[in-house]
Design a protein. Sequence first.
Length: 156
Amino acid sequence: MPQPSRRALVLAVVAGAAVGRPARAQRRPELQRTLEIVTRIGTVSFTIELAITPDELARGLMFRASLPERHGMLFDFGREQEVAFWMRNTLIPLDMLFIGADGVVRHLHENATPLSEEAIPSRYPVRAVLEIAGGSARRLGIAVGDRVRHPIFGPG
């Protein structure tokens, strides 16, 4: 179990990642609710929820009893930075894809343990994190180096 100061740091990183951004001001119509991941074996589509505001970034997928296959939440931090997540109050295992501003998956954490307060670091500066149902990355062939297509990562 992390030290209290470490827990506070993790929460501050996730909850404070969007500090200084006006609530909802960053939402644009072109921020679509789907994304694609181009893997070595093909393209996989996901229906997503966007987490942009401080409240959305802090809550994430907490308290959900399930997450349908090929659904997820995309956390957009607006710029590249190192981040850390934890699974406090998250009831289901999740795969976390840490994605650079160029849309490339830089780090993948599979099957994060529900309710754990252990920090899960990005390891690299990232623009966004995609959380999907635990085990989905392996089942769908998603790996580090794959490309995520969504407007926040630019055209292409």
